[in-house]
Design a protein around this ligand. Structure first.
Ligand code: NA7
Length: 543
């Protein structure tokens, strides 16, 4: 280990969260470094470069709001930008705010140890670098630790295996036999594109998901001129809304409308694109009967869009409320399912039994494969944090503790792990919101907190166990007032004895922001702080 570099803060990750956090702390005069395992900035948008990768929130909303000049100079080409454009945007942000000089790329944080006597973190990387920092800020992303699926015999495969979150840019799928696993948001995007070039594409699906056409389109040349005067008000609306979007749900209950009016409204919402359908009525995520009208509507659409009734049957979701699993955005997915070179295998009806050197064998058939694509998701909300060997007070390991279900106060801080902040951590709106809005809110809250600590002469901040427990109980209660827990989904974590922990906070972005602001205004209620003086006194006593 090299001699540790002494800084105020270390930020792990150079995606939307890490870049803004660096900018903010630097503005406040803190010495700060970002470490990033990728060879470029961009986080999620650096890694997820598979064909068809695209945002499912309109880009004019899924972008930073902290700088009016940035807003005025960046022009999106499409309603939902594709990955290369979002990556260019983040690279632009890194250049524009001169962030790169404090970002170490291709550097993986391997461990972080709380140094009790100093009240600081000692952080080590795979390259042997070390950092001695007051604050450790985990901007590691909620969907960044890829999950490897359990597919029997996969190790025997002699062709190329591509994971959607670690895509090989040089991969050429033209004229190839491709076997594809996973039909979540990612898989649905991949299939729409790969179907156009593959010789034969076999899609292995486990749980069918609801998918709504994106309604993507190029943005008019002059859209920005029209948007700019309204931007501040729209951004403010997003900050105080339930999901971090400009527009909230349409008023009323699906139960209250007569069938004709309901059909008309659902049709309009369907045409509005993905974010529309769940917003068609305000009670769709709360009331089972209302939800069933929208879900049945979406099921009828699948039957209309997919030619082969047997394929349509397999693609039709059942057994969980629409939206309780992530609602997917589709571009060409159902169209791909109508192509002659595409086949769908439902692995619940026809399990995969083996993978050979050049094929995937299922119970009822063998499917040729030159390439296998895994769009099999992430160890959501916790994976990237657990990947680091983090030891808090008394050597406590976050990996071990979160194996019993994640816990955090406001999704921001963890008892036993002082001076560590988790941006969009479990217990915050994170993946159930426009995450850029949630990231900005967390970054600004953390910056306000660190600035407060410096001016108040405080060295250490730590969430109390009581505040953390109370928050987790509240988050659980709110989740259970909705339909979200009715589905098995990656939103759920589990304790060792099998209890569910619903990881994102569903109480709404606006309400959550108000709570965080209140905590700060009340002198960081639910946190304990120690001043540098107390620490020095303790040191003196100890020696
Ligand atoms: P998801 O939504 O977790 O999807 C992963 C998919 O992979 C899902 O359909 C899984 O089925 C499927 N899967 C996992 N293992 C297997 C096996 N062994 N066989 C067949 N299918 C399998 O991840 P995404 O990357 O699509 O999306 C995550 C988020 O990233 C997304 O919401 C956006 O916010 C960005 P399952 O559902 O577990 O039955």
């Amino acid at each position: 280990m090299k001699k540790p570099r002494r800084l105020d803060a270390l930020i792990v990750g150079a995606g939307f969260a890490g870049l803004y956090m660096l900018h903010k702390l630097r503005q406040d005069g803190f010495t700060t470094q970002v470490v990033e395992k990728g060879s470029g900035v961009g986080g999620t948008w650096f890694w997820n470069r598979y064909p068809g990768a695209r945002c499912d929130i309109p880009s004019i909303e899924y972008s930073y709001s902290f700088d009016a000049e940035l807003e005025a100079e960046w022009r999106w080409s499409e309603r939902y930008a594709a990955q290369p454009e979002i990556l260019r945007y983040l690279e632009h942000v890194a250049e524009r705010f001169d962030l790169r000089r404090d970002i170490a790329l291709q550097t993986l944080v391997t461990s972080a140890r709380w140094q009790e006597e100093e009240g600081r973190w000692l952080v080590e990387t795979d390259g042997g670098d070390a950092y001695d920092v007051q604050f450790l800020i985990l901007a590691t992303g909620a969907l960044s630790e890829p999950k490897q699926p359990d597919i029997p015999g996969l190790e025997n495969f002699e062709g190329q295996v591509l994971h959607s979150a670690m895509w090989d840019d040089s991969a050429d799928l033209a004229g190839k036999n491709v076997c594809h696993f996973g039909t979540g948001s990612t898989g649905i995007q991949v299939v729409g594109e790969v179907a156009k070039v593959a010789k034969r594409l076999t899609v292995f699906q486990r749980t069918p998901n609801f998918a709504v056409p994106a309604g993507n389109h190029p943005l008019p040349q002059d859209y920005l001129e029209d948007l700019l005067p309204r931007y501040p008000e729209l951004r403010e609306r997003a900050r105080t809304s339930p999901l971090g979007w400009f527009h909230g749900a349409w008023e009323g209950s699906a139960k209250a409308d007569d069938p004709e009016a309901r059909e008309k409204r659902l049709e309009k919402a369907w045409k509005a694109g993905t974010t529309g359908l769940l917003q068609a009525y305000e009670d769709l995520l709360f009331d089972e009967e209302s939800n069933s009208y929208a879900a049945d509507f979406a099921r009828r659409k699948i039957a209309e869009l997919v030619d082969d009734p047997e394929t349509a049957r397999k693609l039709t979701p059942h057994g969980y409320p629409m939206g309780s699993r992530r609602l997917c955005t589709e571009v060409n997915f159902y169209e791909a399912m109508n192509r002659d070179n595409v086949a769908l295998v439902d692995v619940r009806e026809e399990p995969v039994v083996d993978v050979t050197a050049r094929s995937v064998k299922a119970e009822k058939g063998e499917y040729p494969a030159d390439v296998i694509i895994l769009a099999t998701g992430f160890d959501a909300c916790v994976g990237a944090i657990k990947a680091i060997d983090i030891r808090g007070r008394d050597g406590r390991s976050i990996r071990d503790e979160w194996d019993n279900g994640p816990r955090a106060y406001l999704g921001l801080a963890v008892e036993g792990f002082p001076n560590m902040f988790t941006i969009t951590g479990p217990g915050s709106p994170s993946v159930l919101s426009n995450v850029v809005v949630s990231i900005e809110q967390h970054v600004e809250w953390v910056a306000r907190c660190t600035a407060h600590m410096r001016s108040a002469g405080q060295q250490v901040i730590e969430a109390t166990a009581e505040a953390e427990t109370a928050w987790m109980e509240h988050a659980h209660e709110v989740a259970h007032s909705t339909l979200f827990p009715r589905a098995s989904s990656w939103y759920q974590g589990h304790t060792k004895d099998g209890r569910q922990v619903f990881m994102p906070y569903v109480g709404g972005v606006g309400a959550y922001r108000a709570k965080c602001d209140e905590v700060a205004a009340k002198g960081y209620e639910g946190f304990l702080m120690e001043s540098s003086t107390t620490m020095r006194t303790k040191d003196a006593v100890a020696s």
